[in-house]
Design a protein around this ligand. Structure first.
Ligand code: PA5
Length: 443
């Protein structure tokens, strides 16, 4: 279903780029399948598309139905892995303008993914005259950004509906047993959904973390999971024709021969947040021990008129992975103009997607000629089943890639550094010494 093409990177790859890695790929495959490699406790996502909790899945769909019927807006509170997957899928399957274009169900506002007062005030203003609900998502239940946002939105919801009714409009997605959010949800009687222990944030989009907001956007969850399951079955098989093996091997070979940056390129504006999700997936999984490709993303053709210059002629440090969708949702025909002042009549009667296809093909060759290896991932369409498969393809390839690189792809020790400094500077009890030290350095 997902096709991978390495032919436009072939001239940059050593002859044994794949054959020289099959043993390591097989070892990585077994570690993922059996959960016995580094970080193996967090490989619960590997068989999730088949083994997911069906009872909870039905509850997610029922809750989404309720939210769709009683809310004009849904505030989804979460950050990082508790945010990006849902936004990526909602936008990719619809539009970055989802809140303007959706026909039924609630507008979806993502909050708690930063600390901007102005961004929060904007959401508060947008929802104030609407009926709305909250889905608060935090595995740890203690992450500052969503916890602060939840406190604020919870107070607003209680002010609007009263405590009793507000409780029925709050859906908490968190750990099954522990954490501040779990304690609060239990005490208040919110409907709860679980972030499974064995699934880390960036691999959690196909759990309740992603599925509840995605269902609220009207997406067919069964199709999404079906696509992921088909990909799971196809990608678990050993062999050099496995597209996840090819992708992991190609990017690893390019990395070890000097490439430092991987650019994910899409041609659909709705793909932007999928790129953000992909950046977290690969950046947090590989970027450790001073290793790993730096993941970047671009939106073509817009960025061909800005970053295109650097990609074509700047420092030769990147590889490019292009994600193309085989078909558009609709079609736009370029009209004939009798005056032809713009000289575009040679395109009259052609579909805009034909122009896009030629832009994509021309860019591919230009970038290869400029010294940028191009990998291509082709997805049948922007439909739920294909996107489910695409998510799983990247997750599985990321797991393989981390093991090829020799790192634990499922931890993220580096994200603690800023948190500890922030806690100290905020005056959190227990951080007094660190606070004094940091304040002195910041003087
Ligand atoms: O991938 C990760 O682990 C992070 O991005 C987390 O998802 C993010 O920090 C949010 O954590 P939590 O869900 O505990 O609030």
């Amino acid at each position: 279903m997902i096709q991978f093409d390495v032919s436009h990177a072939a001239s940059f790859l050593p002859p044994d780029w794949l054959s020289g890695r099959t043993a390591a790929l097989e070892q990585a495959r077994v570690m993922l399948e059996e959960g016995n490699g580094p970080g193996g406790d967090y490989t619960g996502w590997v068989h999730l598309p088949r083994d997911y909790d069906k009872e909870e899945f039905a509850r997610i769909q029922a809750a989404a139905q309720r939210i769709r019927s009683n809310s004009q807006a849904l505030v989804v509170i979460g950050i990082g892995g508790s945010y990006l997957g849902a936004r990526a899928v909602v936008e990719l399957l619809n539009s970055p303008n989802f809140n303007l274009t959706h026909k039924d169900g609630p507008a979806i506002y993502f909050a708690g993914n930063g600390l901007s007062s102005d961004a929060m005030l904007e959401i508060i203003d947008l929802i104030k005259d609407k009926d709305w609900s909250i889905n608060v998502i935090s595995k740890s239940g203690t992450t500052t950004e969503p916890a602060v946002a939840f406190r604020i939105f919870k107070a607003l919801l209680e002010e609007k509906y009263g405590k009793q009714e507000a409780r029925k409009r709050i859906y908490a997605t968190t750990d099954a047993h522990k954490g501040a959010l779990k304690g609060l949800a239990d005490a208040e009687g919110y409907e709860e959904f679980v972030v499974p222990d064995a699934v880390g944030g960036r691999y959690s989009v196909l759990t309740a973390v992603g599925l509840l907001p995605i269902a609220c956007a009207g997406v067919d969850l069964n199709a999404l999971m079906e696509g992921a399951q088909e990909a799971m079955e196809a990608l678990s098989i050993s062999g050099t024709d496995n597209p996840a093996w090819q992708y992991a091997a190609a990017r690893h070979a390019l990395y070890t021969t000097g490439r430092k940056v991987e650019i994910l390129a899409g041609y659909e504006p709705s793909f932007r947040f999928f790129g953000e999700w992909w950046k977290q997936l690969f950046g947090e999984s590989e970027g450790k021990e001073h290793k790993g490709l730096f993941p970047a993303s671009v939106e073509f053709t817009a960025d061909l008129h800005s970053m295109g210059q650097y990609i074509q002629q700047g420092e030769r440090l990147m590889l490019e992975t292009v994600v193309r969708f085989a078909k558009s949702h609709g079609s736009v025909t370029i009209p004939h103009d009798p005056d032809n002042v713009d000289g575009l009549n040679f395109l009259a009667g052609k579909d805009l997607s034909f122009v896009a296809e030629q832009a994509m093909r021309g860019t591919l060759l230009a970038h290869v000629d400029g010294g940028v290896p191009n990998l291509t991932v082709t997805v049948p369409g922007r439909d739920a089943k294909s996107v489910g498969a695409l998510i799983y393809f990247f997750e599985y390839a990321c797991g393989l890639s981390g093991y090829l690189l020799g790192v634990n792809p499922f931890d993220q020790p580096g994200v603690e550094a800023y948190k500890n400094n922030m806690y100290a500077l905020l005056g959190k009890p227990g951080y007094e010494d660190r606070r004094a030290e940091l304040e002195a350095r910041l003087k």
